[in-house]
Design a protein around this ligand. Structure first.
Ligand code: BES
Ligand code: ZN
Length: 458
């Protein structure tokens, strides 16, 4: 390991400038205008993999390409095989005016590397690639075969990855999957995330008059779709944070006493959190701590709300339509399809006859959980401890990585979630950043992971 350690130290500056190059692609999967940037970004990371010594292929799909990169296999190799998953697509950077520097012009300030995608997720999987480079360049033998699967549709629901996994099932058969696309509570709390929330997304549109109407001439006699939508949505959750949808909580599993204890170990300061988020007060379902609300309880969120006139000044109209983008975060044992049915039934019951409602279901994924006591999970904890120099914590997290369920279903293996994003990473927000010292630790964690995990399989 000393040779690898030295290599990682010696080449650090180059790694960072390569990562900056990667971050310059505006690979925004939600926006069709960036399709070309996604393709170029995929080509770039594949070429980069080849320059390290990996065998790389860029697989076209109906959407963004899927990049596979493999360590060269020795004939008849019986080594363990691990798959590293990551995504090169990023969330939209808007609103741009809130960025201190442009989202696709990486900027370093002290320990922070600012750019859209720095933490979510280019910086995180890049750390794994650099660890492999260190193995190759120092002539250190890897105790396992590795495949990197880097896709470009994670932020929009992984539409094409499921079918790809099915088609390439044989090739991708492996002992476990490693994903660095989650968080850590602090540099002193490296973490294995053993649970993720699931998600369902939907769009609700209310249609009123067949065009915008003069609100003076018609107001009072025709219903206002924006008003109706607000009234309907307001009834999906009460003031105490409880979701008001019949049957919604039926399948929700309670946290065990052990889990509540684990969560309580995490650092949390309410005042600092309020300041960090810029809110006058925190809000959440009563009876649960903040960490519990964020990870072990389901939610109902309005992600976007559009209707009527949005330009300068005023315009006196009754809008013709109103639309909301909604997502629900789910926890074990909620079922996404069942939740879609429950929400749809509730919206139908709330919708008055004065408007016509259209509901378009979006992407979805079930909640996920692994057994943190498994030999591979324990091996990953040892690598975390060595790399970070302190005792790792076990986390449940609130975000979703829906493809982990497909990995389990199609490849029959668990995903170890070893995230590298600090709480102030600003994922999905303006001024996203990656801590470079955590990037350093991440490369070391990755290098240590492969011997630990390979040994755990023997
Ligand atoms: N990296 C996140 C997932 C994540 C974030 C997990 C924080 C745990 C903690 C991932 O890139 C992401 O944002 N996923 C989406 C999935 C959705 C679009 C289906 C999410 O959680 O919103
Ligand atoms: Zn994300």
């Amino acid at each position: 390991m000393t040779a690898i350690e030295n290599y990682l130290t010696e080449h650090r500056e180059r790694f960072i400038s390569e990562l900056c190059e990667y971050l310059r692609f505006p690979s925004v999967s939600a926006q069709p205008k960036h399709a070309g940037d996604l393709r170029n970004c995929a080509e770039w990371i594949a070429a980069h993999g080849r320059s390290i010594g990996l065998e790389a292929e860029v697989n076209p799909t109906g959407g963004s390409p899927i990049v596979l990169m493999k360590t060269p296999r020795s004939p008849g190799s019986r080594k363990p095989h691990f798959l590293v998953y990551g995504h090169y697509d990023v969330q939209p950077p808007e609103p741009l005016e809130l960025w201190k520097s442009p989202p696709f012009e990486p900027r370093i300030d002290g320990d922070a590397l600012f750019a859209r995608g720095s933490s979510d997720n280019k910086g995180q999987h890049f750390a794994h690639l650099k660890a492999v480079e260190a193995y190759f360049r120092t002539g250190t033998e890897l105790p396992c075969d590795l495949t990197f699967l880097i896709e470009g549709e994670e932020e929009v629901g992984c539409t094409h990855l499921g079918p790809f996994l099915k088609a390439r099932k044989k090739d991708l058969r492996c002992d476990a999957i490693v994903i660095s696309d989650t968080g850590i509570p602090s540099p002193k709390h490296p973490a294995l995330t053993y649970a993720l929330r699931g998600i369902v997304a939907m769009e609700v549109t209310l249609h009123g008059p067949d065009r915008d109407l003069h609100s003076g001439i018609f107001g009072g006699s025709v219903d206002n779709p924006a008003m109706v939508l607000c009234q309907m949505l307001a009834q999906l959750r009460n003031a105490k944070g409880k979701i008001q949808i019949p049957g919604f909580y039926d399948d929700v599993l309670k946290l065990s006493a052990f889990e509540r204890k684990q969560v309580a170990r995490l650092p949390f300061n309410e005042r600092a959190e309020r300041r960090f988020l810029g809110v006058p007060a925190l809000f959440g379902e009563s009876g649960y701590t903040c960490a519990e609300q964020r990870s072990a309880r389901p939610t109902c969120e309005i992600n976007g709300l559009t209707s009527g006139y949005q330009g300068d000044g005023s315009k006196t109209i009754i809008p013709s339509w109103a639309r909301a983008k909604l997502t629900f975060r789910l926890v074990a044992n909620q079922n996404p399809a069942k939740v879609v049915r429950q929400v749809t039934a509730r919206l139908k019951a709330l919708c008055p006859p004065t408007v016509r409602m259209e509901i378009e279901p979006g992407h979805g994924g079930a909640p996920y959980q692994i057994e943190p006591t498994s030999p591979l999970a324990q091996a990953s904890l040892r690598a975390l401890k060595k790399a970070f120099g302190c005792e790792p914590v076990l986390l449940r997290e609130g975000g979703s990585i829906p493809i982990v369920n497909e990995f389990r279903r199609l490849l029959g293996v668990d995903s170890l979630l070893l995230g590298l994003a600090l709480p102030d990473a600003n994922a999905h927000s303006p001024n996203e950043q990656m801590s470079l010292s955590i990037f350093d630790k991440g490369m070391r964690m990755s290098a240590l992971l492969w011997p630990e995990m390979s040994a755990a399989l023997k």
